[in-house]
Design a protein around this ligand. Structure first.
Ligand SMILES: [Zn+2]
Length: 477
């Protein structure tokens, strides 16, 4: 552990990101290329993300289950687009227990196929519908270029899989879960996201329509932070997910799937982090408040520690950490917890004890401006207020940053310039050829086609033909 400075974001954003993760002990590199070890501090953040989402899923009638890690290769082959999309990323087991397997097993990259297979056994009648199941799991995709949390061979996520009697119901579910993700992103993570539909090129392999929430990172790149897919009857037909309707006629189900992964941790790091390190949104922060006792000798320590203990008891409703490490100076501790992004610090020294007060320091407002003297008697209500204020400020800062980096290009040359410093919001005719040209010329892709669209039509920014929708073009993680 050291207090050595990390590179600034403007100096080297990617190195800033890697070092923040390592130095704050969020994650570490695993011995296998492209895999990561999520360390306790990173996992604690994931647990808070899980708890928050799980509550929302259950409130909307979903239940959890666990499906197997291995999927027969033949299952993936049943849905043509699905297998084509995932083939390059599959890890396949061919030997088990020393014997060559009759049929290779895929380590799940996602579970539509195996869950579809099980649903075909479980669903018989319209009375069995809808089926609303989620699983918290790890999946494997053999990625070539990896980044911690953003793209790793193995990652953690939840995948919801639902089956419905009607198209409308499945479409409503798809949009509802996208809304759930957006609500979580805004309210819990203070990450302002834009909801929209994916282009045909960018959609999930096997879906009719994919929707995503897109977030802008501190370097203005986009990050797809959650997706919800309307699968139509594609998987129902491939796996015979059928039911007898009220007239006793056999019908195919309509299915959906939706997922949010540990990638979201990357979104939190890059939305809120600054040159000092992480800034955790209070609602998800593994540690919301750190109390640092200040003393120069045993005498002072004897004065300060009982107050510290008392404060930590009073604040038991919050996630509080007392940093009583004796070998380190308070200044060192301040830097350490700032780097780890703890939203609020409470300093308690002998003078504070005499005055029945403490000093609070906000992580989101550096230096003196973020410091306030708080009376010990008011500590619970003040901490609550401060954390709420920090949460709101983080969302405001991120929203202002995002909105000041979205531009409407005047022409194609302008778009090429814009995607180097933000997102371009532009008319697009919907032709994949225009989309491919932008990607080739600039590396930017269509991120999502937002739901709110202007009433009028415009001209495609690439080809000049009539366009009915505007889309976001941006470089993305
Ligand atoms: Zn066009």
């Amino acid at each position: 552990m050291s207090n050595e400075k990390i590179p600034s974001r403007s100096e080297n954003y990617s190195e800033w990101y890697n070092q923040v993760i390592q130095r704050t002990e969020m994650a570490d590199y695993a011995p296998v290329r492209g895999c990561m070890v999520v360390r306790p501090y990173g996992w604690a953040l994931w647990e808070n993300i899980q708890a928050s989402l799980d509550k929302k899923f259950k409130a909307s009638g979903h239940v959890n289950a666990a499906f197997p890690l291995f999927i027969p290769m033949s299952f993936l082959e049943k849905e043509k687009e699905h297998v084509e999309g995932f083939s390059p990323e599959l890890a396949i087991v061919t030997i088990g227990g020393g014997e060559k397997l009759e049929e290779p097993l895929v380590v799940r990259p996602t579970s539509e196929t195996i869950i579809g297979y099980m649903y075909s056994k479980w669903i018989k009648s319209y009375r069995d519908l809808p089926v609303l199941i989620n699983q918290w799991a790890n999946v494997v995709r053999w990625e070539m270029r990896t980044r911690m949390f953003l793209r790793t061979l193995e990652f953690y996520w939840q995948e919801g899989h639902t089956a419905h009697a009607t198209q409308v119901e499945a479409e409503v579910e798809t949009r509802r879960m996208l809304d759930t993700y957006a609500e979580f992103a805004y309210q819990e993570a203070a990450v302002p996201v834009i909801k929209g539909r994916k282009s045909a090129t960018e959609k999930f392999a096997g879906a009719v329509n994919s929707y995503s929430i897109e977030a802008m990172m501190g370097d203005t790149k986009a990050l797809q932070a959650g997706t919800s897919h309307f699968l139509g009857q594609n998987f129902a037909k491939a796996f015979n997910i059928q039911y007898l309707d009220v007239n006793n006629e056999l019908q195919n189900c309509w299915t959906t799937s939706w997922g949010l992964s540990t990638r979201f941790i990357g979104a939190i790091i890059m939305t809120h982090g600054d040159d000092q390190g992480l800034i955790m949104p209070p609602r998800l922060a593994p540690i919301q408040v750190v109390i640092v006792p200040i003393y120069r000798n045993d005498d002072e320590r004897a004065k300060v520690m009982p107050v510290v203990d008392q404060l930590s008891k009073q604040l038991e409703a919050f996630r509080v950490k007392v940093d009583d490490r004796t070998e380190l100076t308070p200044g060192f501790k301040y830097n350490d917890w700032e780097m780890r992004g703890v939203p609020l610090r409470i300093e308690v020294g002998p003078k504070d004890v005499e005055k029945n007060s403490v000093m609070t320091a906000r992580r989101d407002i550096p230096g003196r401006d973020g410091k306030t003297i708080v009376s010990q008697a008011d500590i619970v209500s003040r901490v609550k207020q401060l954390l709420e204020s920090i949460q709101a400020n983080l969302l405001k800062k991120a929203t202002d940053f995002r909105d000041s980096h979205i531009f409407e290009p005047a022409d194609y040359e302008d778009l090429k310039r814009i995607v180097n410093e933000g997102w371009a919001y532009a008319w697009w005719c919907g032709d994949p050829v225009c989309e491919a040209k932008v990607k080739e010329d600039t590396k930017a892709t269509t991120r999502c086609i937002p739901f709110d669209q202007p009433a009028e039509h415009g001209k495609c920014i690439v080809c000049g033909k009539d366009a009915s929708e505007k889309t976001y073009f941006a470089k993305a993680y």
